[in-house]
Design a protein around this ligand. Sequence first.
Ligand SMILES: [Zn+2]
Length: 64
Amino acid sequence: MHDDINGTYRTNADGETERKCPQCGAWASADHIDNGIGAEQCGPFGCERCGWIEQRPSIETLFQ
Ligand SMILES: [Zn+2]
């Protein structure tokens, strides 16, 4: 999971993690999968308001 520093991250009603867009401050969502316990993020965050996409070194590391 993510460290919630300064309220950057939150969990929405579906148990999915969202993060605050660094460009416009809107909540950016990401693709999630159901891992049997809850929703697990499986993609980068993207902001629908301004089009910002989080850059990640490797999405595959989330599955390890
Ligand atoms: Zn944005």
